[in-house]
Write a protein that binds this ligand. Sequence first.
Ligand SMILES: Nc1ncnc2c1ncn2[C@@H]1O[C@H](COP(=O)(O)OP(=O)(O)O)[C@@H](O)[C@H]1O
Ligand SMILES: [Mg+2]
Length: 370
Amino acid sequence: MAEVILENVVKSYGSTLAVNRVSLTIKDGEFVTLVGPSGCGKTTTLNMIAGLIELTSGNIKIGNKIVNDLDPKDRDIAMVFQNYALYPHKTVYQNLEFPLRMRGVDKDKRHAQVMRAAEILGITALLDRKPRQLSGGQQQRVAVGRALVRDPAVFLMDEPLSNLDAKLRVHMRAELKHLQGELGATVVYVTHDQLEAMTMSDKVAIMNHGVLQQYGTPDEVFHKPANTFVAGFMGSPPMNLLSTMIEYVDGDPVLVGDGALRFRPKTPKIKAALQNAPSRRVILGIRHTAIPIVQNGAADDSADSVPAEIYTVEPTGDVTFVHVKVGEHLLVSSTNDLRFTGRIGDQVGLAFDESHIHLFDTETTHTLLN
Ligand SMILES: Nc1ncnc2c1ncn2[C@@H]1O[C@H](COP(=O)(O)OP(=O)(O)O)[C@@H](O)[C@H]1O
Ligand SMILES: [Mg+2]
C-alpha cells in the first residue's frame, strides 16, 4: 500500500475550473472520501489520481513518486466504478482473472488469487455465472473482487454503492469498510452522500465548485465545520444557519435575529469571538440536537428559551424532527421523546445549547470559532 499526495492540483476545461488547487495527503492505509454535491470535481480529481485525465497543473504522487505523466497501468492502482464495468460475456471467474492474465501471471497463481478474492467477498458460489445473472450487490462484489486481485498500492472507488437499493447500500458500506480495515488498504473513495462519507472514512475531503472546503476526520468536519458550506453539507437534516446581528446589552454581546430570536452567550469563548468579529452581521449555526424544545405551550419559566411556533412535525420512529418558526427563521429541532404531542401551530420554547453553537462570518462564511 502507499501514500497519495495531491499538490495544488488543477484541472480546467476551457474557462471551467473543474478542480481548483486541491492539496491533500492520503496516508498509507487510510480510507479517504472525496464528498460534495454533483459537479464539484470529485470524479475529475479521482480520475487524475488514476491517470485517466491529465492535470492542467500541480503534482500527484503515489508512494513518493510523481506520477503526473505515468499511464494508468503503471500507477499501481485499481478502480471500482459506479456501473461496475464488468465484462458481460465473461463469467465471474474470468472477470476476476482478467487483470491477472493481462499481467502475465501464471495459471496456478491466477487460480489461487481468484479463489482467495472470491472467498473474501463471499462470491465463490457465483464464479460460473455471467454478470447479468447477478444482483446489483453481487455485481458490486465482483467489481471489488476484480480490484482486489490486482493487489494495488491504492484503491480508487467512484460512487461504487450508488446503484444499490438503500438497504443493500448500508450493508455494503459496512462490508467495504470492514474489508479495507482487514487489508489495511489505502482507499480514495468518491461519493455525494455525506452519510456514506461520515460512516466509512478515516478522513473526509469536502469539495464545492472544484475547491477543497475542509479536510479532516468525520468528527472534525461535523463538530468543527470550517465554513457554512461544510456546516450545511455534513449532517442531515442540515445545520440551522441563522442570520443575526450583534447588539450590546450592558456591554455584553447579544445575537439578535428575526422575531423573538435573541441569544445572549455566557461563555467567554463565544463572547470573545463576537467581540472580535469583523462585522456585526454573523451567522449563528446550530444543529437540531442542540436546540431542544423545552416547553410545550405552558408558561415559560426558563428565561433563556426562545419562543417559537411549530411549523411541521416529522416522526421517523426513534427521533421526531420538529420544524419551528421564529419570526422569519425556519429551524429544525428534534426530540427523542416518543410521547411528543406537539402539533402544527403550537407555541413552544427552544433552548439553545451554547456548548454546541457555531458562528460564521457573513462575508467570508468562515468560522469565527477556533
Ligand atoms: N470532459 C469535460 N469537459 C468539460 N467539462 C467537464 C468535463 N468533465 C467534467 N467537467 C465539468 O467539471 C466539473 C466537475 O465534474 P465532475 O468531476 O464530474 O464532478 P462530480 O464527480 O463531483 O459530480 C463539472 O462542472 C463538469 O461539468
Ligand atoms: Mg462524479
